[in-house]
Ligand binder design. Structure first.
Ligand code: ASP
Length: 280
């Protein structure tokens, strides 16, 4: 059983030691709590559990603490991919829901599995997700001061469970100050993808991640026989011509875990029951 999570990148405005320590501690708590949960749950349930904890922590730009868009509203996106049955579900630009990843989980049982905008929000209401504002005063102050915090605090989780099943989940508040209607990579196969061989979750600039089809490429390369680290190396090389900004976490079906970022430094933590690693 293996678990790796990410909490996006450090933004320029949050590079101080206190924030770093807070993020390290939060990731350690969440990765270990999620590992405990994994002992009695499968990969997909655990991916949702871990991302829910990350969404609930205002240190990260997903769920509570999400970025505010250029029109003053928060719109969030999240997706879930079950590597075993190879199904993806997601919500794009959903509003006033505490845990977008849980709406994605409910959608897994439907034929129409990725919903956007008011359709996603209405679906959530019909399924018992109450109106919940994920805005925190710090984000509003940043918005009002037009201090575009550089976004980049998306969260994600990839899991290998005891039956060898893989799952990936990703959730974001977006870049901050974006044009309403902009679509993040997080609920696309570029930002979140999994199959029997590999599961990947991304953070970074959505436009760069989508342009490179990053998660789908890494998973495809591993499926076709690349070692995980070689699949990462080739895929990250392909970001270089346009200075693509991305960070990714992954696990393959042999239990290898890997992470890489094109620009330092992605915030991540991993745990396999014995070995714990957190970003420095
Ligand atoms: N990937 C997200 C987006 O472009 C931002 C992030 O990772 O923080 O919306």
């Amino acid at each position: 059983m293996k678990l790796i999570i990410h909490g996006g990148f450090f933004s320029e405005s949050s590079k101080d030691d206190a924030t770093k320590l807070a993020k390290q501690n939060a990731l350690e708590r969440i990765v270990k709590e999620s590992y405990e949960y994994l002992k009695t749950h499968n990969a997909i349930e655990t991916a949702v559990y871990a991302v829910t904890l990350l969404e609930d922590d205002a240190l990260f730009n997903a769920g509570i603490g999400s970025q505010i868009q250029s029109d003053g509203k928060i719109r969030m996106s999240a997706s879930l991919m079950d590597g075993e049955i190879q199904k993806m579900s997601g919500v794009i630009n959903i509003e006033e829901v505490k845990n977008p990843i849980q709406v994605a989980q409910v959608l897994m049982a439907y034929d129409d599995r990725v919903l956007g905008g008011s359709g996603a929000t209405n679906f959530a209401r019909q399924h018992g997700f109450e109106v919940f504002s994920t805005e925190i005063p710090q984000r509003r102050a940043e918005f009002e001061a037009k201090l575009a915090s550089k976004g980049l605090g998306t969260v994600g989780c990839v899991v290998l469970d005891r039956d060898g099943k893989l799952a990936a989940a990703t959730s974001t508040g977006g870049k901050g100050f974006e044009i309403p209607g902009r679509i993040s990579d997080s609920a696309t196969v570029a930002g979140n993808y999994a199959n029997h061989f590999c599961a990947v979750s991304l953070t970074g600039v959505g436009e760069d991640i989508v342009s490179n089809a990053t998660a789908a490429k890494i998973v495809t390369r591993v499926t076709d026989g690349f070692a995980l680290k070689d699949a990462f190396a080739k895929t990250f090389d392909e970001l270089l011509p346009y200075d693509g900004f991305a960070g990714a976490i992954a696990i393959d079906c042999d239990g290898n875990m890997f992470h890489q970022d094109s620009h330092p430094s992605m915030v991540f933590a991993s745990f396999d029951g014995e070995n714990f690693e957190v970003f420095k």
